[in-house]
Design a protein around this ligand. Structure first.
Ligand SMILES: C[S@@+](CC[C@H](N)C(=O)[O-])C[C@H]1O[C@@H](n2cnc3c(N)ncnc32)[C@H](O)[C@@H]1O
Length: 314
């Protein structure tokens, strides 16, 4: 069974029996870095399914090698944004605990918006946590720590207990760094006491992503960058190029949806009965609304070059 969860294989929300091979209590760690704490959690909660999320590919790779080295079987790793994981991978009311150790503090005023632990995230999380489920925060950054306490308090959805950090949180790479510098380290448990209104999640499309046009692809000789907006996001057709055999056009598209950015390839093939536009598996895309909209955007671009739309997947 794969340790690294591939977007293309994903069920939304995550199906634990497929991703972990068993149904068990779900525990998440956000920003696992080199995976040290995940390895500790895997041993401490051997009966739980542990899902680690980190935006950095380097972190995923380091943690992956650690899981292999230490022969850990109850951890899965996902490269991406914690907001996406909590909203779209975790089914409502199923999360026992979520650990956040030394989150990026984004200290500059103009960057505060990047902080994870803000009221909207606490609200979303309350809908994914089980009854009395909790978020455990450990940080060296007193100002972010107070910010997180204030943001959670503003939602009235959590009861907060402050304490000394659990010893294992003081052994992460960043904890060691800050302890060497003799910095104080803060710890709080945010326990869910109430729940915000339901938060909708991304719906995975299972139907076909294609359209068919009439016309001659070789008539398309120029390309201009295209931007296509849709409710909740936009896609940008960044590049268009011809394949070596001159049988198709390939478009590189960047799809931006809430907390999910994907780069995908869409190909337009010249076939005897028309030009067939479809998503390519390159990049292991997650089939979202934005991906479907991107097929529309490429179809519209080809239509603007004189081809005629015969059939469009809606
Ligand atoms: C300061 S490091 C701490 C790493 C580790 N927890 C430790 O204590 O050594 C913050 C980590 O969070 C990850 N990260 C930052 N923002 C994130 C987000 N929105 N979702 C998931 N991971 C994130 C970074 O890639 C990085 O690995």
């Amino acid at each position: 069974m794969r340790i690294i969860i591939k977007p293309g294989d994903l069920r939304l929300p995550l199906d634990p029996s497929l991703s972990f091979g068993r149904n068990a209590e779900l525990v998440v760690e956000v920003g696992f870095g080199d995976g040290r704490y995940l390895s500790h959690l895997a041993a401490e909660f051997s009966d739980a399914n542990l899902l680690g999320v980190d935006v950095s590919l380097g972190s995923v790779w380091r943690a992956y090698r650690r899981m292999l080295r230490e022969n850990i079987s109850n951890v899965r790793l996902f490269r991406g944004d914690a907001r996406f994981v909590v909203r779209d991978l975790v089914a409502p009311g199923t999360l026992s605990r979520i650990y956040v150790n030394f989150p990026d503090p984004w200290p500059r005023k103009k960057h505060l918006k990047h902080r994870l632990l803000q009221a909207p995230f606490f609200e979303l999380l309350s809908t994914r946590l089980k009854e009395r489920g909790s978020l455990l925060l450990t940080t060296d950054h007193q100002e972010y720590y107070q910010f997180a306490l204030d943001e959670a308090a503003s939602t009235s959805l959590y009861s907060v207990t402050e304490s000394d950090p659990p010893p294992a949180t003081l052994t992460t790479k960043y904890a060691e760094k800050w302890r060497e510098m003799k910095k104080d380290i803060f710890h709080a448990r945010f326990e869910k006491i109430s729940e915000a209104a339901p938060h909708p999640a991304i719906i995975k499309k299972t139907d076909m992503h294609h359209s068919i046009l009439e016309g001659d692809l070789s008539a398309v000789t120029t390309f201009e960058k295209q931007i296509h907006a849709f409710p909740g996001g936009h896609s940008i057709i960044l590049e268009g190029f011809r394949d070596l055999n001159n049988e198709s056009l390939i478009f590189k598209v960047r799809v931006e949806e809430p907390d999910l950015v994907q780069e995908i390839l869409i190909q337009a093939w010249q076939k005897p009965d028309g030009v067939f536009v479809s998503l390519q598996p390159f990049g292991d895309p997650l089939a979202t609304r934005g991906v479907k909209e991107s097929v529309h955007a490429v179809t519209d671009f080809l239509a603007s070059k004189g081809l005629v739309v015969k059939q469009r997947w809606i």
